[in-house]
Design a protein around this ligand. Sequence first.
Ligand SMILES: *Cc1c(COP(=O)(O)O)cnc(C)c1O
Length: 471
Amino acid sequence: MDDHRKELLKHLPKIDDVLLVLEKQGLFERTAKEIVKEVGRAVVGDLREHILSGKEDLTEWRMPLIEQVADRVRGRAKLLHQPRLRRVVNATGIILHTNLGRSPLCPQAVAAIVEVSRGYSNLEFDLQQGRRGLRYDHVQGILCTLTGAEDALVVNNNAAAVLLVLNTLAAGREAIVSRGELIEIGGEFRIPEVMEKSGARLREVGATNRTHLKDYEKAISGETGLILKVHTSNYKIVGFTEEIALPALVALGKKHGVPVMDDLGSGCLIDLNRYGLEREPTVADTLLTGVDVVTFSGDKLLGGPQAGIILGKREILRKIKNNPLNRALRIDKLTLAALEATLIQYLNPETALSEIRTLRALVAPASAMAQMARRLLGGLRRLNLAGFTFSLQKGVSLAGGGSLPTQEIPTALISVRSASLPVNKIEERLRQLDVPIIARIVDDALLLDLRTIAEEEFALIKKGFQTFRES
Ligand SMILES: *Cc1c(COP(=O)(O)O)cnc(C)c1O
């Protein structure tokens, strides 16, 4: 260790002395002394470690160190007041981006959250009868109206929904699933693992690419609790394949008195095929097969908040509602408010398509994207950023979130290049803005996909690029 570092180590100030400096600067008005003390300990600890390891260049540091350490503590204490969870601009073109919060909420859902949560609410209070009610009753009616289901229940998310149904119907028994449907979603939701936690025993049938009805039938025994069909959300097996359609499984279940469940994953309430997208059976179509229970997410194609929706036969839903596990997986009131407001939009599909951003993004024609792109392009070029070139390009967006996995949605992109800055630096700078802009890099260009950008976000994007002028 060099002499300078030895000196630094010797001069590391005592926390209490640092606190005295900060107190004079009025720091404790904003952040309690105890918290600042913790921050101070961490700062001095890090500094000691950096002196010893030579990790940081400390040649600029002059003795005594107290002012410099106090500056660091003040900086870190200030950061504590900035929320880590923040809005971002999604310029990736992945509409249901799980890492970016999946579905943005419609304005009505945002308003409902504020309205219901700023004071008390009738969350579990029946206003007609003046006595205790059930939280999920608020959306039970509208879910049944929109889908034709006999009964409905909502929980924390679809993973919880699957866990709860499996636990209710098949704990200690077997659940039959096709090998081709033993999927993993987003690295953490694996059907076999969820099944194990539910207490159900997995009974795999068929081969990865082909499963026949007779494979299911052979597996049925006195041990069978459930036949499970899983929407293979994020991939498709193509080629020499056979999967058994739901109606045949429902008939088989009926014949043997075994309930049949379909984990739809996305759960689409309107027929997107009419708007040029792949055919994805709607929830209502699925229920028409006579399936006993279906589950899907609130924040995938539905375009609402994170939630798990369970629909199906009254008798089955009664059992699920009475499962004590339901209490641990329950939906919270903010989600419920947002979900109800989102569902109300579906009372007219045209309204849903115009109010719900996820649906809007999915069905907007490429020509509309190109028009938007030209407007943003004009704004960016008018910034006159030295060395930067912006140009229009065609490309494809993705539904994401394990929805419509093979659907490529034609879109318009703005490609950004700079003569002076490498593209990864541009990407990094945009990602670290106050309102971060998340974009992808393809072949040495940064691409902004208009399909996931809202017109109201143009100002933020321009402001973001403006910062390249200042440096
Ligand atoms: C997404 C998905 C899940 C998990 O849903 P979450 O709402 O993310 O918990 C489960 N099953 C399928 C088929 C899915 O696509």
